[in-house]
Design a protein around this ligand. Structure first.
Ligand code: NAP
Length: 88
């Protein structure tokens, strides 16, 4: 079963690099990539799919400075990824 990853700051820098590295190392993975810039999120999602073997990558556009954004991101991620995982 694919491990599921919620990656904040997923549109650039450390978050994007982490997502791509996980894509390469996991047999199957599902990502929810969070940031404000949809175009960059979509590019990272494509890179993850290209670099991995069985990768699904979803984007969540959210500004964490907005009220309730954290809860909204968790709810959207659970919906897109298909549930919570207890693995670290
Ligand atoms: N790079 C390093 O060597 C290093 C070392 C130690 C610590 N850090 C710290 O690690 C963090 C990430 O560094 P980085 O180099 O990866 O930075 P970065 O390339 O600027 O990435 C920041 C990420 O956070 C997202 N983000 C910023 N403000 C946001 C907001 N209000 N709501 C939602 N997403 C937001 C950005 O996405 P959008 O622009 O799409 O919103 C982007 O994906 C920073 O806090 C940095 O200080 C970095």
């Amino acid at each position: 079963m694919a491990r599921r990853f919620l990656i904040t700051g997923g549109s650039s820098g450390i978050g994007a690099a982490t997502a791509i590295q996980i894509s390469r190392s996991e047999k199957e993975a599902k990502f929810a990539l969070v940031g404000r810039n949809l175009e960059r999120l979509q590019q990272v999602a494509q890179d993850c799919i290209k670099e991995g073997q069985n990768v699904e990558a979803f984007t969540i556009v959210k500004d964490f400075s907005a009220r309730n954004s954290g809860v909204e991101v968790i709810n959207e991620a659970v919906s897109k990824l298909g549930g919570k995982s207890t693995q670290p």
